[in-house]
Design a protein around this ligand. Sequence first.
Ligand code: PEP
Ligand code: MG
Length: 933
Amino acid sequence: MATITLPEAEVQENKTANKQSSTKYVYSFGGGKADGNGKMKDVLGGKGAGLAEMTNAGLPVPPGFTIQTEACREYMRTGGTSKEVDRQMDEALAKLEALQGQKLGTGENPLLVSVRSGAKFSMPGMMDTILNLGLNDKSVEALAKRSNNPRFAADSYRRLIQMFGNVVLEIEKPAFDEVFDAKKKQRKTKLDTDLTAKDLQEVIVEYKKVVKKHTKRDFPQDPREQLVLARDAVFRSWQNDRAKHYRRMNNIDDMLGTAVNVQAMVFGNLGDTSGSGVGFTRNPAIGTKEFYGEFLMNAQGEDVVSGVRTPVPILELQKILPEAYDQLREITTRLETHYKDVQDFEFTVQDGKLYMLQTRNGKRTGLAAVRIAIQMVDEGLITKEEAIFRVEPNQLYDFLVPRLDEKSTKVEVLATGLPASPGAAVGQIVFTADEAVKMAGHDTTKKPVILVRAETTPEDIHGMEVAKGILTSRGGMTSHAAVVTRGMGKCCVAGAGDIDVNEKSREMRVKGQTFKEGDWISLDGTTGRVIKGKLNTLDPSPDDPELQKFMQWADPYRKMKVRANADIPRDAVQARAFGAEGIGLCRTEHMFFGEEKIPHMRAMILANNEKDRRAALKKLLPMQRADFAGVFKAMDGLPVTIRTLDPPLHEFLPRREDLMVEIATLPHADAKEKKALVERYSDYGAKGVGDLKKLLPTLLARVEQLHEFNPMLGHRGCRLGITYPEITEMQARAIFEAAVDCTKKGIKVLPEVMIPLVATVKEMANQAAIVRRVADEVFKEKGTKVEYMVGTMIELPRAALVADEIAKEAEFFSFGTNDLTQTTFGFSRDDVNKVLPTYLAEGILKQDPFAALDQEGVGQLVKMATERGRKTRPTLKVGICGEHGGEPSSVEFCYRTGLNYVSCSPFRVLTARLAAAQAAAAETLKVEGGRTK
Ligand code: PEP
Ligand code: MG
């Protein structure tokens, strides 16, 4: 059994002045000693650093070498690999060959290697891997002889040609699949393992033809050439679309590059005492303390994760190979104690001997993250302070994911798969990622869809992103679908083997029933059930005792308040349950959309004199008052910021395009009208009415295509209240009447009236004067006073620039960073998506600035306005109520900038609370990488 001593070796920095000639590109590991160490993730990538650390610790790791990330960056810059990299690689290869007593792809006992990517941050499945490298027409025979297993040798060789063909030579996978499937069909078998050595040798002949056909050259027989080509292909895979997409989603720097790990192959497919597996030291889905994972006997690692065969629970290994199992448990337990975190490991058993291939901190759901953090504190492994950083703020969303409401509808369970990622999802079936995007829209706002696949691959990532849930018929708890959805906090049922998914004909069959695209199903990712039809979902309760306990550890560090954006009493109640400490934004326009209110609102807008407008407003007053009273009641004792009317009035009216009207009236127009129309469109080539019938719809389609919608800079915000003061009057009256009424009932009311879209101090003064006058009138009429404040939103660059002036009139500021981002960039909030995907793909922007605050640009305005405002009014209360108020990196920025509170949608309150607590705790505790210094 391996004795583990995990040294804290120091980072070896290369401080030599002449970098070009002295860069150490290649780091060897093996024989109990590694050139690198576990801290060198920047250089060696996560995997390479882990291999070095495990080797130094005396773990049974197959030896090899890591080509560092700088070589990849050079490859990106120059399109090639330098001679120096080649030289160092050859040197390391010679060392490896000496250590193994083997030669790469040569001789009676050929060395075979794996070539794998490995960046600083884990990007599971996004980049490429090649196994069994070194096999060729000769070495395959040597391997057959040595292993006394010709079938295994042929199988390894055909796998190499397939992987190498796909990854390095860029031949599409189906070209190989067709050959393999044809062979299985010919042999009338379903399982890969039923094919004999002879069958596989025939497959190899066919595979080589595929290579020749697609690349006009033979499959390379020279092992070193294979190695060089594979290495470069892995470098290139850093730039493939799915890797780029993953980096964008996870905010990983495009310039980091990947390392390449070349490692002696060990074989899990040598027969009944060999196998491969993956696992976690604790359950990553629900956080229970159990040795967790799966393996397959007589299989290589890729078989376990690809889902081609459904793996067996890891505990079974205890019965099959007890010694290897015990050693695995011992090693992984020690690894967990050493890293003080859950480990996600890969292993292979070759002829009964255990090899550790990889270990890293395991990804887990929010539910598991909280539970494991608490367990580890209880076990004395980490401190409470460290525990605070073990949960990503966005992961808390998991506690808020919906559950299925099983009481309201009859539940027909179609199949039960693995509960791969918790929560519930209800939607219409789609069978391809592209179709998912088509139906759900890029922002999931169109239709809820469930992506159903036999198994998912990294190419499905865009569809998985927009789907409500994922269902696969193959694969285990560590399959691609399971791992990726857990990271996304998205419901997933994997490996539901009773379901027959036919992606080609776009249908799935189960229990004798056929389901087609568009049919509804419901998934329960917590139990693994697949249910027929459209069930309702239940809002989850945030009062999980472990979540409460965790938040009790984190919250005391928090110095910034967290409020919610809520417009109606129901949302306010919900927000309070999540721990909101007030309302930071009540958008009053949302109160006007109610069925009984909209006619009066329209009457108000259509009125063409003040008298009629006031008459309509009078009808609205009691309704607004009742809404405000409801919100005050829900927030008893906490501040409520109510914003006066903001959006342009036309948003309340139906839109009519001239063209549409003309199309509709054309058939009934008289001769004169028709003549006028033909004349108007004569420039477009209309000569008669017949032409118009074609032309107008064509024009309309094009006009709609080109249409840009920018009412955001129009007659809205305080401009409305200034041009129609009676609107502000009515709203102020509704607020103060409700406030006084509530106060009389014993409710503690703290209203903050907020004026939107202010650019000058005079606008602010104008609106504040109305609000204060109406407040005095109401207090006099009712004989009771209420404390209140009048403040403004800072959502225009000019307001930020003259914030010192505005603060003379405004008692508080709240940053409307949605509009501030729009106006600072000059991007329209409504149609920025026409350019944003390209900007992100090209790296012009790193993140969507409407999602995460642009700290460099918009952030400067936030900082400046806060400083200038407080110069005038040192006690100025400053908050943020744009979407950024619930986004962790923006929350951290707000903390650093000295804001008093952030305000976000109710479901993000927990996230904002944790992000704010982490920001403050990191400062107090001096935390680095999740550990206190
Ligand atoms: C903002 O602009 O950031 C804001 C909160 O207001 P709205 O989104 O309603 O314009
Ligand atoms: Mg705004």
